[in-house]
Ligand binder design. Structure first.
Ligand code: PMV
Length: 363
């Protein structure tokens, strides 16, 4: 066989920012009397864009938002929507392209907090703050307040940065990094959102007020339960909501301390009802939790109206979810039929809705 083909593949990673070039060279040689003569060379050049990718789950809080910030127990469930991120090294600066579907004004309201959260993230990851990064954010989780969108994006971005910079980071560490990033959005977060965003699933959460590891326990349901999420369309500032509760609690402990105690009892009873799959009880406790949230001043007239509407349509229970003051409510609607009915009623009034399930093992 006088002709020989020798292929040479060269992978030259990162010769310039964020692009990896693949150079493929094929030599054609002719062999005569034990000598090889070069008769041709074909070189193909392929610019392959490589990037880091990551995702984080959205969530609904079934019991205990706001109370968890002060060390009370909470129950949170991931939902089947995620924020996804892609990160590429850039020549300079942090450039964010946020393509999430959002409530009107969400991106503008959160822009500065988003930049601060990324700076905090880089610090927590030990990355030079001058590192240039192109960051894309998207995914199925809409930017509605109350669904843990900020925590989901922090987890997604941290995972994508880690992959882009070839850093091996455990979920536990990702959770810690996202907690640091959450401080930009929530001031003094409990950590419940970033925990749900990192691990997914249904969880019991209790913050360790002394700074030690938080109590995180996975809960399991006999069967998943259908839920409806309704968005008021109003963007809320979690930090302002969290600070408001802390101030009012400090000023009026005689009113607030018993409410906090009741919220704790509701969360414990909620856990038992979930474990016993007592749907009626879970719903009643969600209603009770909403009433306590009204008392600490974090509901709004739109949230109350949607909660009321869901209850009248037959939801087993309904409450605001997350920081309140706008954002979203969640209704317990077991069975596809009831879920559809509540969903249509909320949608019929012109509000955005999501249907989801809690207790699904895969998310
Ligand atoms: O509104 P969201 O999705 O950011 O949820 C906030 C939940 C709070 O309990 C109010 C704050 C926290 O850090 O736990």
């Amino acid at each position: 066989m006088p002709y020989q083909v020798i292929g040479v593949w060269l992978d030259l990673p990162n010769i310039t920012f964020a692009l990896q070039f693949k150079l493929k060279i094929v030599f054609f040689t002719y062999k005569r009397k034990e000598c090889f003569y070069l008769v041709g060379v074909i070189a193909t050049f392929q610019g392959a864009t490589v990037m880091g990718k990551g995702s984080g789950y959205g969530k609904v809080i079934l019991f205990g938002e706001h109370f968890v910030v002060h060390g009370g127990p909470g129950i949170v469930s991931a939902i089947d929507s995620t924020t996804d991120a892609e990160v590429k090294k850039a020549l300079k600066g942090i450039n964010v392209k946020d393509e999430r579907k959002t409530a009107k004004g969400y991106s503008e309201e959160k822009r500065l907090q988003q930049i601060e959260s990324i700076e905090r993230m880089l610090k927590a990851m030990g990355i030079d703050p001058k590192t240039g990064l192109d960051i894309w954010v998207g995914g199925t989780l809409p930017g509605f307040s109350g669904l843990g969108a900020s925590a989901a994006s922090s987890v997604a971005i941290a995972r994508a940065i880690a992959q882009e910079l070839s850093m091996q980071i455990s979920d536990e560490k990702i959770n810690q990094i996202a907690y640091e990033a959450e401080k930009a959005y929530a001031g003094n977060p409990s950590g419940i959102d970033n925990t749900a965003a990192t691990y997914g699933g249904l969880m019991w959460f209790k913050k360790d007020m002394a700074g030690g590891p938080d109590k995180i326990e996975k809960l399991h349901l006999r069967r998943p339960i259908e839920m409806v999420i309704g968005s008021t369309g109003k963007v809320a500032n979690t930090k302002v909501m969290v600070e408001g509760v802390a101030e009012r609690k400090k000023k009026n402990p005689a009113k607030y301390d018993p409410i906090f105690k009741q919220a704790e009892n509701v969360a414990y009873a909620g856990r038992k009802a979930l474990e016993n799959y007592d749907l009626k009880k879970i719903g009643e406790l969600m209603n009770e939790n909403h009433r306590l949230l009204q008392e600490i001043g974090v509901s709004s007239k739109e949230l109350d109206m949607l909660v009321d509407l869901a209850q009248k349509q037959g939801a087993f229970g309904a409450k605001l979810t997350g920081g309140g003051g706008g954002g979203c409510m969640v209704a317990l609607t077991p069975g596809k039929e009831l879920q559809g009915k509540v969903l249509s009623a909320i949608k019929g009034l012109g509000f955005e809705v999501l249907s989801t399930k809690i207790g699904v093992e895969k998310y």
